[in-house]
Design a protein around this ligand. Structure first.
Ligand code: GDP
Ligand code: IMO
Ligand code: MG
Length: 422
């Protein structure tokens, strides 16, 4: 068997959590392969809302195992809070969750460094979630990190102290920021005790053996392609590989074992934090998208910037990831817009192009838009593709044609049932 992948094609928050939760019952394993508690994946069912940050979005489904893979970074404080919120629903998380020994820990001083580094950047800050993501991945590639498996080593405390001392040295370069380190450390060590009972595994063996045994595995991406450290809008990105290549390194599986790559795009675009966003709207349409789409960050609560769909950007993401199936979410939010617009190319320095420049901050990019008629109807209760208003179907066909990739699911509301198979 192979590993199917679900990942975001924009700047995150495309609705990955919802779609993973919807499709999870087709799989035996759901695995996060990168990112950490900077992610916020929202699941809504039975009238309740859950936001997951580190735990994969299959946790509420029976008879499957969720794995936090090697490429993920873990903050025990967030993880133990998440576990408590899932256990409040009478789910024994230890039965359903496993953690790779190779996943790295976010220390309290990583969060402190994140905060200090952003403060030092002033106006050019990344707009980080301040969860310690950047400093933790820096320690990983710098070969200083502390891993989940180390928790079971007798040297854990001394490894922790060495890394903390290094951080305290680095912090001297930065302006002082408010951070109660002793209190955060106390919480961190308490939380470690709470997560100790989660099975720690050599996930690369477990996943490869499961595939050999015919088990079905789904990899759940966090963030989005435009936040990828390599191919996103650098430097306004996160610090991991959010793209399909990250699945191989993050789970320890070979490229030939990647199956379907399912890419998720909203019917429009959003971005939270700083950085370039060619189709961003600063007018009433932008405000309306934010209001109707409830566009506020699931992790930080910050308002998300909104704009029209960017097909040049979408095609780029499809290319980078090898997407063979598309999901369009939040089509319901587009109801009542007249007209609906989507960018098909850019004018850069007076020349038309469909190619994204390597650095979007250096150029003045003017999107070239195509307008389409909208629809007035509420589509949130529709179950069959054929029952959508003609203009909504025309918009979906237009996106599919421009993307050059089959759209197989349209999501028409935040709930688990609000999903139309095309
Ligand atoms: P993720 O990070 O990709 O999992 O996405 P988030 O959970 O951060 O943000 C997506 C938001 O949109 C959440 O509040 C979801 O409940 C909501 N959502 C997902 N799909 C739809 C949809 O089709 N329509 C509407 N209106 N909301 C949706
Ligand atoms: P999900 O998985 C949206 C953004 C931050 C910031 C930049 C770097 O919910 O889609 P970091 O904390 O990684 O140093 O922040 O990336 N960012 C996200 N934006 N959704 C996310 O995750 C994000 N994770 C990070 O806002 O601009
Ligand atoms: Mg999110």
């Amino acid at each position: 068997m192979s590993v199917d992948v679900i990942l975001g094609l924009q700047w995150g928050d495309e609705g990955k959590g919802k779609i993973v939760d919807c499709l999870a019952t087709n799989y035996d394993f759901i695995c996060r392969f990168q990112g950490g508690p900077n992610a916020g994946h929202t699941l809504i069912f039975d009238g309740k809302k859950y936001v997951l940050h580190t735990i994969p979005s299959g946790i509420f489904r029976e008879n499957l195992i969720n794995i936090i893979g090697a490429g993920v970074v873990i903050d025990p404080i967030t993880l133990s809070q998440e576990i408590a919120s899932v256990e409040a629903e009478n789910i024994n998380v230890a039965d359903r969750l496993m953690i790779s020994n190779r996943a790295h820990f976010i220390l309290p001083t990583h969060r402190l460094l994140d905060k200090a580094s952003e403060a030092a950047k002033g106006k050019s800050k990344i707009g980080s979630t301040l969860k310690g993501i950047g400093p933790t991945y820096m320690d990983k590639t710098g070969r200083n990190g502390l891993r989940y498996g180390d928790l079971f080593s007798p040297n854990f405390k001394s490894k922790y102290n060495n890394l903390k001392e290094k951080h305290l040295g680095l912090l001297k370069m930065y302006p002082d920021v408010e951070f109660d380190l002793p209190a955060e450390e106390e919480k961190w060590f308490e939380s470690l005790e709470e997560i100790r009972n989660i099975r720690h595994i050599n996930a690369e063996y477990l996943i490869n053996r499961a595939l050999d045994d015919g088990k079905r595995v789904l990899a759940e991406g966090a963030q989005g392609t435009m936040l990828d450290v390599e191919y996103g809008t650098y430097p306004f990105v996160t610090s991991s590989n959010t793209t399909s290549s990250g699945v191989c390194s993050g789970l320890g599986i070979p490229p030939g074992k990647i199956g379907d790559v399912i890419g998720i795009t909203k019917a429009y675009c959003t971005r939270v934090g700083s950085g370039p966003f060619p189709t961003e709207l600063f007018d009433e349409d932008g405000e309306k998208l934010q209001k109707l789409g409830h566009e506020f960050g699931a992790t930080t609560g910050r308002p998300r910037r909104c704009g029209w769909l960017d097909l040049a950007q979408l095609k780029y993401s499809i290319m980078i990831n090898g997407v063979n199936k598309l999901v369009v979410t939040k089509l319901d939010v587009m109801s009542t817009f007249e007209p609906i617009k989507a960018a098909t190319s850019y004018a850069i320095n007076g020349e038309d192009t469909t190619e994204l420049p390597y650095d979007l901050t250096d150029y003045e990019i003017k999107p070239n838009y195509q307008s389409m008629p909208g629809w007035e109807e509420d589509i949130t209760k529709i179950k069959e593709y054929g029952s959508l208003p003609q203009n909504a179907k025309d918009y979906i066909s237009f996106v599919q044609k421009n993307a050059g990739t089959e759209i197989f699911i349209v999501s028409n509301g935040p709930g688990r049932e609000q999903m139309i198979l095309k």
